[in-house]
Design a protein around this ligand. Structure first.
Ligand code: BJW
Length: 234
C-alpha cells in the first residue's frame, strides 16, 4: 500500500508548537498570518526575525509526540512491505525527523535553516538570525532570511509532491485547516486521481466534506489508533 500523508500545525500542537489560528501563548505577541509574507520581511525584517527566532528557540525545546512517532513507525513498516509512506509536511519544524521518519518533504521550508537571498545557499541555523548576520557561503551581510515559504512564494518540491500524489493509493491529511493552497487542494487532486481520502483533525477542517473518511480528536490519540488499524490490515 502506498500512502501520501500531509501534516499541518495540528500534528505538532501537542508538542507545544502553536498552530496558525491559535490565538493563545506564543502567538499573542505576533500575528503569524500577516508576518508570513515577503512584504512584511521587506518592511520590518527585525520584527519578522524576532517572530522566527522565538519559534526556533521554542522548537529546540520541543519533543515529537505520539503522532510523529506513529507515522515514523508506519513509514518504516510500509517501506519493508513493498509499499511506502510519502510524508509531506507544511510544518517548518523537524519533529517528524526527530521521531525517526526517514523521508520528510518540507513544502513550506525548515525553521532550523537560513537561506541567503544573494547566493541562494541554504545553511543549517539553530541560533537567532538577524539582519547583520553573514552568509557562511558568500560572506554577504544582511542577505540571510529564514528558509521558509511565505504567502505569494512557490512551495518547495512541488514536482516530487505531484508525482507522489498520483502514485499513492490513500491520501491522509492530519492537523491542517485546509485554508492554505496549494496544500488545501491536494485532497481534490487525490480524489480526481482515484485515491481514497481520509482526514484526521481535532475538528472538521474547512474542506472536511471532500474527504471520504474522517477521524476527530487530538492527533496524539487519533493518529496512533489509525496507524494500528492500517498495520492490522497489511
Ligand atoms: C489539531 C490539533 C490537535 C489543532 N490534533 N489537530 C485565493 C484563493 C486560493 C489561493 C490563494 C488565494 N489568494 C492567495 C492564494 C495563495 C496562497 C493561499 O493559499 N492563501 C490563502 C490564505 C487563501 N498560497 C500561497 O501563497 C502559497 N504559494 C502559492 O500558492 O504559490 C503558487 C504556486 C502554487 C502551486 C505550485 C506553484 C506555485 C504559499 C503558502 C505559504 C504558506 N506559508 C505558511 C508560513 C510558513 C512559514 C511559517 O511556519 O511561519 O505556512 S502560512 C501557514 O499556513 C504555514 C502553514 O504551513 C500553513 C497551513 O497552516 P496549517 O498547518 O493548516 O495550520 P492551521 O493553524 O491553519 O490549522 C491547524 C489545524 O490543526 C486546525 O484544523 C486544527 O483544528 C487542527 N488542530 N490542534 C489534531 N491537537
Amino acid at each position: 500500500m502506498k500512502i501520501f500523508v500531509l501534516t499541518g500545525a495540528g500534528c505538532s500542537a501537542e508538542s507545544g508548537l502553536g498552530t496558525f489560528r491559535d490565538k493563545g501563548g506564543l502567538w499573542a505577541r505576533f500575528d503569524p498570518i500577516t508576518l508570513a509574507t515577503p512584504e512584511a520581511f521587506a518592511r520590518d525584517p527585525d520584527e519578522v526575525h524576532a517572530f522566527y527566532n522565538l519559534r526556533r528557540r521554542n522548537l529546540l525545546e520541543a519533543e515529537p509526540n505520539a503522532a510523529h512517532a506513529a507515522l515514523a513507525q508506519l513509514q518504516a513498516v510500509l517501506s519493508q512491505k513493498n509499499g511506502g509512506l510519502f510524508l509531506c509536511t507544511q510544518n517548518v519544524d523537524d519533529l517528524h525527523e526527530r521521531a525517526g521518519a526517514q523521508q520528510v518533504t518540507h513544502m513550506h521550508g525548515e525553521l532550523r535553516k537560513a537561506r541567503c537571498m544573494a547566493c541562494e545557499v541554504v545553511t543549517p541555523w539553530d541560533g537567532d538570525l538577524g539582519r547583520l548576520d553573514r552568509c557562511p557561503s558568500c560572506h554577504n551581510s544582511g542577505s540571510l532570511r529564514p528558509h521558509v515559504v511565505w504567502f505569494g512564494e512557490t512551495p518547495l518540491s512541488m514536482d516530487e509532491i505531484e508525482s507522489a500524489l498520483h502514485s499513492a493509493d490513500l491520501f491522509v491529511a492530519i492537523g491542517t485547516s485546509g485554508a492554505v493552497y496549494p496544500a488545501a487542494g491536494f485532497v481534490s487532486t487525490a480524489r480526481q486521481a482515484g485515491l481514497q481520502t481520509c482526514e484526521i483533525n481535532l475538528e472538521a477542517s474547512e474542506n472536511a466534506h471532500v474527504f471520504e473518511e474522517r477521524h476527530y480528536g487530538p492527533a496524539s490519540l487519533t493518529v496512533p489508533i489509525w496507524v494500528q488499524n492500517i498495520l492490522a490490515e497489511l
